[in-house]
Design a protein around this ligand. Structure first.
Ligand SMILES: [Ca+2]
Ligand SMILES: [Ca+2]
Length: 228
């Protein structure tokens, strides 16, 4: 039965899963193609920040941050700050992933993720209080989130992160924003046993790329052939 195993292996190759990265932003370098909007108009907005410990050593990597408290003036802020990714055209099975968190575990900020199709208005995908999951390895306390975008398959969309519904807390942190499409890619034609095939198999499943010289019973183009 080995010949059937060979055919099965050929057919399995028909559906390969292809991963396409549509957006990948870790805020560690230049961020030229994102946009911000200060909807509350207080002059404070999203920025990119590298947190440091009391010795000036870097804590984590640079991330996008929006504040609901101004440490310099000891005043509360009431943000409605928008951070918008560049528009991307989604595949058939696209997912948004990102890391989010309230930077101070004692003061939790609130945020939402919004989506706009084409030039349309933003609509809310989710909104929640940003948790803080601080550990020795995750000092900033960011948590992983995933949003399925299958409802928007094939459409050009803009994703926005909105820091709102928060006041007098501290800061919201966002990092590693990705949109990845994992649609299966069908390979058009795999002919494991087509009419032009010159592959011969013996009854032990061994393949020959030309007509075997030895006498015996063979399988060729799906038919039994006796070579005398
Ligand atoms: Ca980063
Ligand atoms: Ca603002």
């Amino acid at each position: 039965m080995k010949k059937f195993l060979l055919f099965a292996a050929a057919f399995l190759a028909m559906n390969a899963s292809a991963q396409t990265v549509l957006l990948d932003q870790n805020f560690d370098g230049e961020v030229a193609d994102w946009a911000i909007a200060d909807q509350d108009g207080d002059g404070n907005n999203w920025g990119i920040l590298q947190f440091q410990d009391s010795n000036g050593a870097a804590v984590g990597t640079p991330l996008a941050v929006s504040f609901s408290y101004d440490n310099a003036t000891y005043t509360a802020l009431t943000p409605d700050n928008w951070l918008m990714a560049p528009a991307v055209t989604l595949g058939q099975a696209s997912k948004l992933t990102y890391k989010i968190g309230s930077v101070d575990a004692s003061y939790l900020d609130y945020y939402g993720v919004f989506i706009a199709v084409g030039e349309g208005d933003f609509e809310q995908l989710i909104a929640e209080t940003a948790p803080n999951d601080e550990t020795a390895e995750n000092v900033l306390g960011l948590v992983d989130r995933e949003i399925d975008l299958a409802n928007y398959a094939g459409q050009e969309v803009t994703i926005a992160f909105r820091h709102f519904n928060s006041s007098d807390m501290f800061a919201l942190g966002l990092d590693d924003v990705k949109i990845v499409d994992e649609a299966a890619t069908a390979i058009d034609e795999v002919k494991a046993n087509n009419a032009e095939s010159n592959i011969w198999f013996d009854l032990q499943g061994r393949a020959y790329n030309q007509k075997p010289a030895a006498a015996g019973l063979y399988i060729h183009n799906g038919k039994k052939v006796i070579i005398k």
